[in-house]
Design a protein around this ligand. Structure first.
Ligand code: HSE
Length: 299
C-alpha cells in the first residue's frame, strides 16, 4: 500500500552554558521531511546543506530510518525521502539530532508506530551518543536529560516566550573537533560551579528572568576551551553578553543570546561584525523557543 508521511523537526540548542551534555532547548527553526513509498532508497535535500547532503543515500537520517526497521525486525521497503532543511548545518543548532529524530520518527510512522516515545528517544540518543539535542528535538520545550543504566532519564519543561539571537560564523568546526579540545577531567571547584548554575539556568528560563539568566548562564567545563579555538569566538561571546544571557550554542561555533526584543537587531549586527571584521562570514537569525517537538503533519 502506498503511503506518504510528513515529519517536522525543530532545531535545538544544547548546553545553554553550564548544562553540558544535559540541557537542551527546542527552537522555532524547522526541517520538513517527506517519506513516500517508492522503488529502492531515494534521498533528496533542499535548503541548508543540500550540496553536502545530496551526495548519496548514506547519512544520519537514512541510518536512523534503517535502524528502526532493524530493531523492529522489518524489511525496509522502497522509500523516497525528501527533506527541506532550515536548520543550519555544523552550527551547534542540532542539525544531526534533527536528522536522526526525523529518520526515527518517519520510520516509526511508516511502520504503524510499533515504538513508544521512550523507545524512540533511547534509540535516537544512542545513535547521537548523548541526549541533550535529541530530547528537545523529539519532545519540544526545555529538556533536562541524562544517561541512566538502561537508557536515559529526562524531564521536560515549557518555558515562556524568549527572544533568542543566533549568530553562526562560517568556519570549519565539527562536534568531533569541539569534543577533542576538552580536558579529560575537571576540578571539583569547576564541577560545583557548573552544577549550581545548571539548576539556576533552568529556574531563570522557567521564570522568564533575563537579569538572573545573565548572571547564571556561565560555564567552566567546555565553553572557554572551545571559544579559544573558534576565530573571533571569545570576542563574539563577550559582545553577545552585552545584550543579555549568552552561550556557545551546543558544541558551537554559533553564539546564542537570550535578549529583549528591542535589542535583537543590534545584537545580530554587532555579534556578526566581530566575525566579519576578521574576514569570517556570519549568518544570523532571531528565533524563539518552541513547546512542540518533532511531529507528523496530518494531511
Ligand atoms: N553537548 C554536546 C557538546 C552538544 O557540547 O558537545 C553537541 O552535540
Amino acid at each position: 500500500m502506498s503511503r506518504m508521511i510528513k515529519i517536522r523537526v525543530p532545531a535545538t540548542s544544547a548546553n545553554l552554558g553550564p548544562g553540558f551534555d544535559c540541557l537542551g532547548l527546542a527552537l522555532d527553526i524547522w526541517n520538513e521531511v517527506i517519506f513516500e513509498t517508492g522503488e529502492g532508497l531515494n534521498f533528496r535535500v533542499s535548503g541548508e546543506g543540500a550540496e553536502k547532503l545530496n551526495k548519496g543515500n548514506r547519512n544520519l537520517l537514512t541510518k536512523a530510518y534503517a535502524r528502526v526497521h532493524q530493531l523492529c525486525g522489518k524489511n525496509m521497503e522502497g522509500v523516497s525521502i525528501s527533506s527541506h532543511n532550515e536548520i543550519l548545518m555544523s552550527s551547534g543548532l542540532g542539525s544531526s539530532a534533527a536528522a536522526i529524530v526525523a529518520g526515527v520518527l518517519g520510520a516509526n510512522e511508516m511502520l504503524g508506530n510499533p515504538l513508544i516515545q521512550g523507545e524512540l528517544l533511547k534509540l535516537a540518543a544512542d545513535l547521537e551518543g548523548h541526549p541533550d539535542n535529541i530530547a528537545p528535538a523529539l519532545l519540544g520545550g526545555l529538556v533536562i536529560s541524562t544517561k541512566a543504566e538502561d537508557g536515559f532519564l529526562w524531564k521536560r519543561h515549557e518555558i515562556p516566550e524568549w527572544t533568542v539571537v543566533v549568530v553562526k560564523p562560517k568556519l570549519e568546526w565539527t562536534t568531533k573537533m569541539a569534543r577533542a579540545v576538552l580536558p579529560k577531567s575537571v576540578s571539583r571547584a569547576d564541577a560545583i560551579f557548573n552544577i549550581g548554575r545548571s539548576m539556576l539556568v533552568v529556574e531563570a528560563l522557567l521564570n522568564g528572568d533575563l537579569e538572573f539568566l545573565r548572571k547564571v548562564m556561565d560555564d567552566r567545563i567546555h565553553q572557554s576551551y572551545r571559544l579559544r579555538h573558534i576565530s573571533g569566538g571569545m570576542a563574539a561571546y563577550n559582545t553577545a553578553r552585552k545584550f543579555g544571557a549568552a552561550a556557545l550554542s551546543g558544541a558551537g561555533p554559533s553564539i546564542i543570546v537570550f535578549t529583549v526584543p528591542d535589542h535583537a537587531k543590534d545584537a545580530k549586527a554587532q555579534i556578526s561584525s566581530v566575525f566579519e571584521e576578521r574576514g569570517i562570514r556570519a549568518k544570523s537569525l532571531v528565533t524563539k523557543p518552541v513547546k512542540t517537538g518533532a511531529y507528523r503533519v496530518e494531511s
